[in-house]
Design a protein around this ligand. Sequence first.
Ligand code: ADP
Length: 169
Amino acid sequence: DRARIKDNIAKGVLDKMGGINEQTFIAVKPDGVQRGLIGPIISRFENRGFKLVAIKMVVASKEHLEKHYSDLSDKPFFGGLVSYMASGAICAMVWEGRDVVKTGRAILGATKPSESSPGTIRGDYCIDVGRNVCHGSDAVESAQKEIALWFDKSEITSWKSAQQSWIYE
Ligand code: ADP
């Protein structure tokens, strides 16, 4: 049964990959929210042609953030990371579109702002790796896990953009 569930998840990931319904989890971190960067961050995804299908403001608990960052639990900065992320409101979003996971990471820029190119969010708006203003899923599979962690299915809105045929061939 477990193998069947795993197969179904893998199939779901494959179904989404490359399609125009691929989804990613993007969050404006507490520093980004406090610095008034929700609008500029949303604009970059919107202007690129991606579709916003879920958005909410959340103050996340440490338990929730420990789950979100479970892969990093052995890193020396883990405690500080969780405290930073729990220190204020986060703007949590789901964006949809072809290759949105990969392109979303490019829009965000490298994890370390000193290595992120100007023109990316991190390359334009921050200096320290521990205050890098935004989060974006790093793979289609982690995007699906993160979306399920942060959103209830009922919070994700399915809508057809009038721009669709002007954005996709
Ligand atoms: P990303 O957010 O780009 O996927 P990681 O998953 O490696 O990067 O790290 C998660 C977050 O942890 C980063 O966005 C950053 O806020 C923080 N972080 C990563 N490396 C460090 C570090 N060396 N010192 C402090 N914080 C860090």
